[in-house]
Design a protein around this ligand. Structure first.
Ligand code: DGY
Length: 321
């Protein structure tokens, strides 16, 4: 026995993060990076003091109820916490933390990639070149939409949304946003607040989803709201798949109501609705918003900072429950 706190780490983490875990804790690592079932998660938690999971492990009320009493904290390696039943954790006195800020730039980069990929038909073009299907050039070939100077609507003007807004301004885009409440005007940098999503949607030539998945935002982009977008709009989602009603989005992509969609996140990942794959006007990424070396290291350090605080008896900086 090392006397160090035992931390169950559910996925393979960056080496530097695992080094720090070895230095300060007794980690139970997952070198094979295998996704644990709920039963395995519970069994492996036996005798551990904390869990450091990713969004890939689901902590439903039932799972939280079955965690051993030794578990004092769930220190997520993620900013999103929709995979954890926070009320159930709070009821058991389990502290839950996340990793805000450190992944905002990386995620905003992917939002821009999704926007450009969808607007300029990047997936289609890449498939054509790779598949040796590119035979000719003509003025009518692979024509997409220019985003420069267009109007974008951002749903969720939190940390990521604000950086997305800043990057989009680099394309001379007019930025509108909808948020639960107006952000401090000094942070708006010219973005126009809409109290009602319905009022903003008709303006959005590009719509970027950047809000967390909660019971209130689940299915937020439904058929009625898509109908309010201008014809030929582009939808991008780098937040959570749960924000989107897949049937409605796919129908609008098929009918031509929407020009295209750039998606990094999906319902039921990675077993996404297969119809997305069949559409040429989707630009699809595999949930890589935070997938940069810099960001993944920073996420690990942030989760560890939270654990350090908890085990030192201090309030962790990123407590969500
Ligand atoms: C997050 O941190 O929420 C990202 O989606 C990766 O899990």
């Amino acid at each position: 026995m090392s006397g160090k706190s035992v931390v169950l780490v559910t996925r393979k983490l960056p080496n530097a993060v695992e080094d720090r875990l070895h230095r300060d804790y007794e980690p139970r690592l997952n070198p094979d990076d295998r996704l644990y079932s709920s039963d395995e998660l519970i069994a492996l938690s036996e005798g551990a003091d904390a869990i450091m999971p990713c969004h890939t492990e689901k902590f439903s009320a039932e799972v939280v109820a079955r965690l051993p009493d030794s578990i004092k904290a769930i220190a997520n390696f993620s900013v999103g916490v929709d995979h954890v039943d926070l009320q159930a954790a709070a009821k058991r006195g389990i502290i839950v933390t996340n990793t805000p800020d450190v992944l905002s730039d990386a995620t905003a980069e992917i939002a821009i990639l999704c926007m450009l990929g969808a607007a300029r038909r990047a997936g289609e073009g890449e498939r054509l070149v790779r598949g040796a299907g590119w035979k000719d050039w003509s003025p009518a070939f692979m024509v997409g939409i220019q985003v420069t100077g267009k109007r974008v609507g951002i749903v969720g003007m939190g940390r990521v949304g604000q950086i997305v807004a800043r990057r989009m301004r680099g394309f001379d885009m007019e930025v509108h946003y909808h948020n639960r409440r107006r952000i401090d005007p000094t942070l708006e940098q010219g973005a126009i607040f809409h109290e009602s999503l319905e009022e903003m949607l008709p303006l959005c030539e590009v719509l970027s989803l950047n809000c967390p998945a909660t019971p209130e935002t689940t299915g937020l982009l439904n058929a009625a709201r898509i109908a309010l977008l201008p014809d030929g709009a582009i939808v991008i989602n780098t937040a959570r798949g749960a924000l989107v009603d897949d049937d409605a989005l796919i129908a609008a992509l098929k009918s031509g109501k929407l020009h295209s969609a750039g998606l990094d996140v999906y319902n039921n990942e990675p077993a996404i609705d297969p119809r997305y794959r069949e559409l040429d006007n989707t630009f699809l990424l595999p949930h890589v918003g935070s997938a940069t070396r810099e960001t993944r290291d920073a996420m690990g350090y942030r989760a560890l900072d939270n654990l350090d605080a908890i085990f030192a008896g201090r309030e962790p900086g990123d407590r969500v429950a």
